[in-house]
Ligand binder design. Structure first.
Ligand SMILES: Cc1cc2nc3c(=O)[nH]c(=O)nc-3n(C[C@H](O)[C@H](O)[C@H](O)COP(=O)(O)OP(=O)(O)OC[C@H]3O[C@@H](n4cnc5c(N)ncnc54)[C@H](O)[C@@H]3O)c2cc1C
Length: 222
């Protein structure tokens, strides 16, 4: 791993997702949308493979922000990360990944798949370049939506939140699929940024292609 970092503070964002503020190694540079691997630098966790996560802040920030969902049932790295206190040491890889801003388009996320987009949105907001972009964001229930107020502030009515486990006032109902895209996307001749579980990315990419989006306009990590 290329860098050493430590937890400065943590805070709940939803019932199972926390914001982690980490010290920023002086040589660390990344582009919004890129991921890194993190390893917990304490035995026996330092023997585990790194797990990929995405810095959600901007390139000039003095500290690094990560938003990390806990999978308690895996009893893996995210479960243990959520128990760590400020001062705990982590190892971090160099950044990698294909998600980056190419131009105005539709951002389509599920669950923690919003994380690579948050850094992009924050940078676009700082540059006053958000207009012309929109967001479709799927979660199980309203309690699972990450940073909803911030996303509403950025996108207003151009953010559509849909819940897959029930019918909730103020939210769309059901998965993002071909029919949902047909209803909510007027123009398929634009960029589409897709992030979420592997099956979500595969299904949405296939649906977008069927609806006329060009392969060059689809932006996602394989
Ligand atoms: C490029 C990239 C960027 C990412 N960025 C973020 C981010 O910023 N924030 C975020 O929250 N997530 C992000 N993720 C997802 C994140 O990497 C995973 O949630 C994380 O790796 C899970 O690690 P874990 O050790 O907790 O669980 P795992 O590595 O999934 O599993 C640990 C153990 O549990 C077992 N297991 C796996 N699935 C199950 C299951 N369903 N039930 C029971 N046991 C199971 C495994 O076999 C393994 O032994 C990103 C993923 C990628 C690819």
């Amino acid at each position: 791993m290329a860098y050493k970092t430590k937890i400065l503070a943590t805070q709940f964002v939803t019932h199972d997702t926390k914001r982690f503020l980490l010290s920023r190694p002086s040589a660390f540079q990344w582009q919004p949308g890129q991921g890194v691997e993190l390893v917990i630098d304490e035995a026996p966790w330092d023997q585990e493979d790194g797990r990929p996560f995405t810095p959600t802040g901007q390139g000039h920030d003095q500290v690094l922000e990560f938003i990390i969902k806990r999978y308690a049932e895996h009893q893996g790295v995210t479960d243990h990360l959520h128990t760590l206190a400020p001062g705990s040491q982590l190892l971090m890889s160099k950044p990698f990944g294909a998600i980056g801003y190419k131009g105005k388009g539709v951002f389509i996320a599920a669950g923690a798949g919003i994380t690579p987009f948050l850094g992009i949105f924050r940078q676009l907001a700082a540059e006053d370049e958000l207009a012309g972009n929109s967001l479709l964001y799927a979660n199980k229930t309203p309690a699972d939506v990450i940073c909803q107020q911030e996303l509403e502030f950025y996108f207003g009515e151009k953010a559509i939140f849909t819940c897959t486990r029930g019918n909730f006032s103020g939210y769309g109902q059901g998965h993002i699929d071909k029919e949902f895209l047909t209803r909510h996307v007027a123009d398929f001749d634009r960029y589409f940024y897709v992030c979420g579980p592997k099956a979500f990315v595969k299904d949405i990419s296939a649906a977008l292609t069927e609806l006329g989006a060009g392969s060059q306009s689809l932006v996602y990590d394989d």
